[in-house]
Design a protein around this ligand. Sequence first.
Ligand code: SF4
Ligand code: SF4
Length: 141
Amino acid sequence: MVKILIKLSEELVAKPTTAEIILEHKVPINIITAHVTSKGGDYLVDIPDESLETVVTAFRKKGAMVTLPKLIEIDKDKCFNCGACVSICPVEAITVAEDKSVNFDQEKCVGSTCSACVEACPARAIKSVKQNNHELENNTH
Ligand code: SF4
Ligand code: SF4
C-alpha cells in the first residue's frame, strides 16, 4: 500500500469526488485521516501500489492537489530507547516492546503530515524516507 495526501478545494469537497473515483476506477481508497471544512479538505489515504498512477491522475484531472508524504525510518543503532518518540506519536505507531526497545508500525504512521517524532528524537535516530521508492511528478494544478 502507498499513502497519498489529497487536497480538495471548496468546490471539490462539496461533491462526492472520492466516491466517484472509487466507482469509476474500481480501486479501494482507504481514508486514514480527513480534515475537512467548508473551505476545502485534506485527506490522507491508503491505496494499492499498483493503483498509484491511476488514482493520482484521476484526482488531478478533477483539479485536486496530490502529494506523496514521506514516512519515517528509525536507526536502531542510534536509538537509546528514551521513549520520547513513543509519547509524542499521535497514532501510536511507535510502541515500547517488552525488552524496552521501540517498535515502529509503518502502516499506522501518517508520515510527513506529522513528523513529530523526527523533531523529538534527541539522538537524531529518526529520518523521513520515500515510500517504497515511489515518486510523483509535481502537481500541475
Ligand atoms: S511521523 Fe508522526 S505518526 Fe509517524 S511515527 Fe512519527 S510521530 Fe508517529
Ligand atoms: S526518540 Fe529517538 S532515541 Fe528516543 S526512543 Fe525514539 S528513536 Fe529512540
